[in-house]
Design a protein around this ligand. Structure first.
Ligand code: 1QQ
Length: 375
């Protein structure tokens, strides 16, 4: 009788999973099936961030699924860079019982609207590009694999000051975005701690196209270095207009500048940008070389930091899913939180106790129209 009961149990379990009425705990022939929801900035002024992210995710997805242990279905929603749209997209995803966990949204501004809801619903959510202060602190189910500005910016500033001997700095930041404000707070604090003289602080808003007033003040204050906290669109235009006004000093930027779009928009005016990142595309690490090759074959261009972070993020999810053993939100959450010493494109990665990143950061600069390692 024990055998019969066991067989009946196995039969029901199997038929349950193959017809899909087990919800998110599908397994198919030993392969763990899972649906991951993605909220990404795919249309509008910052769409290149979301394009890179979703391309990185899709490339990882095809490799992971080919390996066969898990099979991931991505359900991708556009947030247009807007907190409200990000929230309604995420709510739609969270209402789907089959969605195991979420990746995104892209901007910290959006993430702060979405992550508390995911946390309340017991759904793990991971930012792959969100670098403002306070992200993992939102809750137990909230993670990121992007380097916080609080770590990245001071690293870039120290290197820049070391090489240039800068004493006077000017600050410029977008005051209507969570990330650009947070990056500014970090810049100001670091400047004070480093004993730098802040000669002026200027602000701008999203979509602004003329920075003449701000840059005139900066030029007159004669800084040795400009600290800029901006997304790529505004940041690139600021650099372009600064160079046209004869401001030649280097810029230290926040994470928003880690996009090839800066070069695309500002061209030669982007020379002299210094920024911290975990990603260096010219690395000879075989994993990076292979990723570059596959990415270029698939999308006709080289990957950037945002693509690499997203690619690693899906592998981190797949790894947690394998350890969870089934696509169950609770088991997945426990396994994800235990991620330690994951070896990705961006090097060795672990979560700390609150779901923030433990990883190394590099400093790069734009020189002769190219991101190179900062010397
Ligand atoms: C944030 C960022 C942006 C640059 C992501 C694209 O770091 O909003 O946190």
């Amino acid at each position: 009788t024990v055998m019969v009961v066991l067989m009946l149990f196995l039969l029901t379990a199997c038929s349950g999973s193959s017809t899909g009425d087990e919800g998110s705990t599908n397994t198919d022939g030993g392969t763990i099936q899972a649906k991951i929801g993605v909220v990404s900035y795919l249309t509008g002024a910052g769409a290149a961030y979301g394009e890179a992210i979703t391309n990185g995710l899709k490339l990882a997805q095809s490799e992971i699924n080919e390996q066969g242990e898990v099979n991931i279905d991505l359900v991708i929603e556009d947030s247009a860079g807007e907190a409200e749209q990000a929230l309604s997209a995420a709510q739609k995803l969270m209402n789907d019982e089959e969605i195991l966990a979420i990746i995104g949204p892209t901007l910290s501004t959006e993430f702060f609207a979405v992550a508390p809801e995911a946390d309340l619903n017991g759904i793990s959510i991971m930012g792959t590009s969100t670098t403002a202060e306070g992200i993992p602190e939102i809750g137990d189910y909230v993670f990121r694999n992007s380097i916080p500005e609080a770590l990245a910016i001071p690293t870039a500033m120290e290197k820049a000051v070391e090489r240039t001997g800068a004493k006077k700095v000017a600050l410029i930041y977008g005051n209507d975005d969570v990330l650009t404000k947070s990056g500014f707070d970090t810049m100001k604090k670091a400047a004070e701690e480093m004993g730098l003289e802040i000669v002026t602080i200027e602000t701008f808003q999203k979509g602004q196209s003329d920075y003449n007033a701000q840059l005139t003040k900066i030029k007159n204050a004669n800084p040795d270095l400009i600290l800029a906290s901006a997304l790529y669109n505004e940041g690139a235009v600021i650099m372009d207009q600064a160079r046209k006004m004869g401001i030649e000093v280097p810029f230290v930027g926040g994470n928003g500048f880690n996009s090839p779009q800066v070069l695309e928009i500002a061209g030669e005016a982007a020379n002299g940008l210094i920024v911290a990142t975990p990603w260096f595309g010219e690395s000879e690490d075989p994993k990076v070389v292979e990723f570059n090759k596959k990415f270029e074959e698939a999308y006709g261009k080289l990957p950037d930091q945002f693509a690499a972070q997203a690619y690693d993020a899906l592998y981190i999810y797949a790894d947690a899913l394998k350890r969870a053993g089934e696509a169950d939100r609770e088991l997945f959450h426990e396994a994800l939180a235990e991620t330690k010493n994951f070896e990705g494109l961006l090097g060795n990665f672990s979560f700390d106790e609150i779901g923030d990143v433990v990883m190394d950061v590099k400093v790069v600069e734009i020189k002769d129209g190219k991101f190179v390692e900062f010397q």
